[in-house]
Design a protein around this ligand. Structure first.
Ligand SMILES: Cc1cc2nc3c(=O)[nH]c(=O)nc-3n(C[C@H](O)[C@H](O)[C@H](O)COP(=O)(O)O)c2cc1C
Length: 206
């Protein structure tokens, strides 16, 4: 269990209050807060508990300037004290599949699970396996956005960037998929009011 700070919001409040924020107070985020945001994001569920998500937290001003250039100069990259790059790495996941096995699992079951997961991913082929990993990564992205809000920060997710440029800049392996850049900080604007489909447009109850 992660200890929740006294000021943390409920999931409903975090989801209701969260809006994309693109202008931030110019104030660094304490390392423990960034770590807690990522820790909460890492509680996201994933198929086979694969957890293929990985993060790079960019705080260095010069690096952020280069990251902004790779993200079509979106202003939130420069404005945010931290930009969290969320990517997924299936090659790393397969190579270290033992790490994702629950420690309570008996040895035989563990071996069977490893064979099943590795077989499942290898059978898909590289591109499909990477897409599968990226889909898992988007669950962590949702958690990350809620975690930031819940812990007293604002954020904005970005898919508008050149993934190859981001990978090159951060020295990430060629195989990984970059899910999103997430600008994080204390918001210095309100953001837009939510405009969402009503439940009646989205859901059928049968
Ligand atoms: C995966 C993802 C990618 C996004 N990419 C961008 C982006 O590149 N640039 C941007 O300004 N907003 C981006 N957004 C923000 C959306 O436009 C925004 O979430 C949506 O309009 C709803 O507004 P809200 O976040 O304020 O509720 C992205 C959001 C998500 C979830």
């Amino acid at each position: 269990m992660i200890e929740s700070p006294a000021a943390s919001l409920s999931v409903v409040d975090a989801a209701s209050r969260r809006r994309s924020i693109r202008t931030f107070v110019q104030q660094p985020i304490p390392r423990e807060d960034l770590e807690q945001i990522i820790e909460v994001a890492s509680l996201a569920p994933s198929a086979f508990n694969a957890q293929p998500w990985r993060f790079v937290v960019v705080e260095d001003a010069a690096l952020k300037a280069k990251l902004a250039a790779a993200a079509f100069n979106q202003r939130q990259v420069l404005s945010a004290p931290a930009v969290i790059v969320l990517y997924t790495d299936i090659v790393d996941t397969i190579a270290n599949v033992n790490e994702i096995m629950h420690p309570g699992l008996p040895a035989e079951q563990r071996e069977q699970s490893v064979t099943r997961i590795v077989g499942f991913l290898q059978e898909k082929g590289e591109a499909d396996a990477e897409s599968w990993g990226a889909a898992q990564g988007n669950i962590a992205l949702g958690f990350l956005l809620l975690a930031a809000e819940g812990l007293g920060y604002q954020s904005s997710a970005m898919a508008g960037f050149d993934p190859e440029a981001v990978k090159q800049l951060l020295g990430l392996p060629a195989n990984v998929r970059v899910n999103a850049l997430v600008a994080v900080g204390k918001g210095a604007e309100e953001g837009f009011p939510h405009h969402r489909h009503p439940v009646s447009r989205l859901a059928k109850f049968v």
